[in-house]
Design a protein around this ligand. Structure first.
Ligand code: GUN
Length: 292
């Protein structure tokens, strides 16, 4: 059996068309959605990520500002920039690219972002809302994965979902979204004994470890949906995920490729979250938006 490929690029195009349309409607009322992206330091990977985020904004009618700072920026200076952006009426979403340099406490920075502008959904208040089943912002990558499952009409309710990786950015919020959708969820982490024992029970397998080939074909239940969140380089420096794609696709029912799978969806859901933040703000201030 060869798996059906879930094409994240194609699905992104469809969702971004809807973002563009809604962003134009807001702009016509003087309330164009706006995103601020902050990068501290010059990690090549982070530079690529933030460039792609800003370009996606430009391509879809979302106003964006990219602020780049040297790796030795102080925590106080970063907190001050966030305070300014929290008050900026053109900005509906604030994203501080992670990881941050060691002198800056990422938790403090995330908590400094106004919860209603926290388009990453990482603020404790947004994490708490997600956990209690009333999410304001769903973290972008797990949200994109849910959209991918929706795109294949997968019945999540009652399915056994196994999430490999327990980060605050992907694994934990992914588990919460799957649970909310009615799945029975197992979360595996780097200490899990006999990973294959768990993954082989998965109807839905989400892999987010950053370790190339951590999931091989023999660890997949025939017909399962395999979602690969990994972004690694192979021996030829080509992008690859956490799953041994070439062999896994002969066992899985559905599988996401790398590149062209989850990656574009993450950026798309950032646009969606920014748009929704702007829509909420406009709805709360209808007169002001039309006068601007
Ligand atoms: N670094 C890796 N993924 C992410 C993400 O989704 N958001 C932010 N802010 N930083 C990241």
């Amino acid at each position: 059996m060869t798996a059906q490929i879930i094409n994240g690029t194609l699905l992104s195009q469809q969702l971004r068309a809807d973002v563009s349309r809604r962003a134009a409607a807001l702009a016509a009322e003087g309330a164009q959605p706006g995103l601020a992206v902050i990068l501290v330091g010059s990690s090549p990977a982070s530079q690529v990520y933030v460039r792609n985020k800003v370009k996606a904004c430009e391509d879809n009618g979302v106003y964006s500002v990219l602020e780049k700072y040297d790796a030795d920026m102080s925590e106080a200076a970063l907190l001050e920039r966030i305070a300014v952006l929290n008050r900026d009426a053109r900005i509906h979403g604030i994203l501080v690219q992670l990881p941050l340099p060691p002198q800056i406490d990422a938790h403090k920075v995330i908590e400094a972002i106004a919860a209603e502008k926290d388009v990453d959904g990482f603020h404790v208040s947004n994490a708490g809302l997600l956990m209690t089943g009333q999410p304001l912002f769903r973290p972008c990558t797990p949200y994109g994965v849910m959209k991918m499952l929706e795109s294949i009409d997968y019945r999540v309710r009652g399915a056994h979902a196994v999430v490999v990786g327990a980060s605050n950015i992907v694994g934990k919020p992914q588990a919460m979204l799957l649970l909310q959708a009615g799945a029975t969820v197992t979360i595996c982490n780097s200490k899990t004994r006999d990973l294959g024992h768990h993954t082989r029970q998965a109807d839905i397998l989400v892999v987010a470890t950053g370790k190339r080939n951590i999931v091989t074909a023999d660890m997949i239940k025939p017909g399962a949906v395999v979602i690969d969140v990994g972004m690694n380089r192979d021996d030829n420096d080509k992008l690859c995920g956490d799953v041994d794609f070439a062999n896994a696709k002969e066992v899985a029912g559905f599988i996401t490729p790398v590149p062209g799978g989850v990656g574009p969806m993450t950026i798309t859901m950032l646009l969606v979250n920014t748009l929704e933040a702007a829509e909420r703000k406009a709805a709360s201030q209808p007169e002001r938006a039309s006068k601007q």
